[in-house]
Design a protein around this ligand. Structure first.
Ligand code: SAM
Length: 336
């Protein structure tokens, strides 16, 4: 028997931004940090978080009903997930991404309709043209963006460390390394590897601080450069995570050709993204990420594993394969 159509899913989807914004504000206000030291009651939390008495109970109970807080006998506590991943002081913190979503993407997505009609980027400083120019003009925005990237790539980095046959290689370079989550994860998991992060010069100090905090300065270096103007550093393996989706097709091809050039015979290129499924009907996150690129960049778009394998083959890669990493993320590997 087919179920009777119901509007429930449609209404819940249409209002799902309520959930998103409640979580983003909870991160911004520091709800999970406030509970990191132990549970607290309503008056104590209201005061600590600077909430208005009119909002506090509904806000904290909404977070409880959303299963991102627990409440027992009127005492609120973090859940195991929020305690591990959304307390700022913990190394496992992934809230940088949510902080960026709150500070930048939430407002930009308000202009989705305009982006759909014009094809033009809508994020802040849109008159400055390029996303990275706009971001890097402000040191706080730069630091926030790079930390957000660590949140985006922490899970994928771990999966790449486990699933790629690193024992066959000695050196790697992460192109567009941001804060350095991938290099740090790879070097921590595989003591025989040494590597580098390649990124715009402004990223250098932030990369080096993160590497030093992880005690890996002896095996990880920073290479400043512009991947459209400079050759890529040579290494056995080149990694490009969330890079190709920032750029248009001609620029994607240019970056793949440069990676091919920098690799030795037998070397490998690992491209990872929230790849769209080949039928473009399942990975909603990958497709929405592509719309995020519409909003954020001048020509960027996401793509399927088959798309990327085709471009890699055009660039000369002899063998390619796609492997799932974690959640919506997969990697495409090209062997020279
Ligand atoms: C979307 S982030 C991805 C960061 C990281 N790979 C990850 O997946 O978390 C793109 C990165 O490319 C870098 N980037 C942008 N334009 C660049 C250029 N022309 N040359 C080198 N790096 C660039 C940015 O600074 C940023 O770190």
């Amino acid at each position: 028997m087919t179920a009777k159509p119901s509007p429930e899913k449609l209404l819940a989807l249409g209002l799902s931004f309520w959930n998103a914004k409640a979580l983003l504000s909870a991160v911004e206000i520091g709800v999970f940090d406030a509970l990191a030291g132990g549970p607290a009651d309503l008056p104590a939390l209201t005061k600590k978080l600077g909430l208005h008495p009119r909002s506090a109970r509904d806000f904290l109970d909404a977070l409880t009903a959303m299963k991102i807080l627990k409440r027992e006998d009127g005492i609120y506590a973090n859940t195991p997930e929020t305690d591990l991943f959304l307390v700022r002081a913990r190394p496992s913190y992934v809230g940088g991404l949510l902080e960026m979503a709150n500070a930048r993407l939430y407002a930009s997505w308000g202009h989705l309709t305009e982006a759909l009609r014009t094809g033009e980027r809508q994020s802040e400083n849109k008159e400055e043209g390029d996303l990275f120019g706009a971001l890097y003009a402000d040191p706080d925005r730069l630091r926030g963006f790079l930390a957000a990237m660590s949140g985006v790539s922490a899970g994928a980095a771990q999966a790449i460390a486990e699933k790629f046959p690193w024992r066959d290689y000695k050196t790697f370079v992460d192109v567009g390394a941001a804060q350095g989550m991938v290099p740090v994860t790879l070097a921590s998991a595989h003591p025989h590897l040494s590597g580098a992060g390649f990124d715009l010069p402004a990223v250098g100090p932030i990369f080096s601080d993160f590497v030093a905090a992880n005690n890996l300065s002896d095996r990880l270096q920073f290479h400043p450069g512009d991947f459209f103007k400079d050759p890529l550093p040579k290494a056995d393996v080149i990694v490009m995570g969330h890079i190709l989706h920032d750029w248009d097709l001609a620029q994607k091809r240019q970056l793949l050709a440069k990676a091919y050039e920098a690799l030795p015979e037998g070397g490998a290129l690992i491209v990872y993204e929230a790849l769209i499924d080949d039928d473009r009907s399942e990975n909603a996150f990958g497709l929405l990420m592509s719309l995020n690129m519409l909003i954020e960049t001048t020509g960027g778009f996401d793509y399927s594993g088959a798309d990327c394998q085709g471009w890699m083959q055009e660039a000369g890669f002899a063998k390619t394969r796609v492997e799932h990493l974690v959640g919506p993320d997969s990697m495409v590997i090209g062997y020279k």
